[in-house]
Design a protein around this ligand. Structure first.
Ligand SMILES: [Zn+2]
Length: 261
């Protein structure tokens, strides 16, 4: 199951921060005079948006910084930074942002993480125990699953390896109905997949994603994701018994696999 394990975490971007941790950033970093030479109010808006979205688990993504910074300006700062520090530039900026957020008072309203029961396994978990790479995918307002459960269907190559033909068809129909379109097979794995949805929509999508079959299982039962989508969207769910419908070979194969006593 190595491929479903969480990624290594010495990268500061992957580590959840404790709610009060921002105050521990040294002033020398929080007030580094070199960064504000190019840091703008738009960069501060990035911080505010990340805090609003991810609460105690917010981090500043280097890609977001790069997207609104002239490349030559960022490159010049990186050269200056790398000449005087062994800390990675993105780690340093994430750290600087923590300090700046505290200096600007942006973290004063950050919600504290709560304990709740996982909707899937039932175990109680502290929301701050979920690593940032997972919170990033769903947002802090949609943590209804514990870390291991969430990771088991949103990390790359994860999913239900025991899904049956009916499970796969049900998953496809449900996700198509929610999204109004057939998504990529890896929908839910990438950062940003759920960003555009309101909380209630996101929860509905997550509950369906929690039944997502693995790539391997879809391939075994249907040959490909495309074939599974075609079948799910061109056939009706659970035809009445005795109905004479043309059944493609791969469905037949799936049924046999599943119904072997
Ligand atoms: Zn769980």
């Amino acid at each position: 199951m190595g491929e479903n394990e969480e990624p290594p975490t010495d990268d500061p971007r992957m580590r959840p921060w404790a709610a009060g941790e921002a105050t521990e950033v040294p002033l020398s970093v929080a007030r580094d005079p070199d960064v504000p030479l190019w840091w703008s109010e738009h960069h501060d808006e990035l911080i505010a948006a990340a805090i609003k979205r991810d609460q105690w688990s917010w981090i500043l993504h280097p890609g977001d910084v790069a997207a609104i910074t002239p490349p030559e300006v960022l490159a010049a700062w990186r050269r200056r930074h790398e000449a005087r520090s062994h800390i990675s530039w993105y780690g340093y900026l994430a750290w600087f942002a923590r300090g700046r957020a505290a200096e600007l008072g942006l973290t004063s309203g950050v919600r504290q993480p709560e304990v709740r029961d996982c909707e899937r396994c039932g175990s109680p978990f502290l929301k701050s125990s979920i690593r940032a790479s997972l919170v990033d995918r769903v947002g802090a307002d949609a943590l209804i699953y514990c870390g291991p459960c969430l990771g088991s269907f949103v990390y790359p190559l994860s999913g239900d390896d025991g899904a049956t033909t009916d499970d796969v068809l049900r998953y496809v129909r449900s996700i198509v109905e929610l999204l109004g379109r057939a998504p990529r097979q890896d929908f839910g794995e990438r950062l940003g997949d759920l960003d555009s949805f309101e909380r209630e929509e996101k929860l509905a999508i997550l509950r369906v994603l929690s039944t997502r079959p693995t790539v391997t299982q879809v391939k075994l039962l249907f040959g490909s994701w495309k074939a599974a989508v075609t079948q799910a969207t061109t056939t009706k769910s659970s035809p009445p018994s005795g109905a004479k419908e043309a059944v493609p070979n791969d469905v037949d194969r799936g049924h046999r696999l599943r119904q072997t006593p």
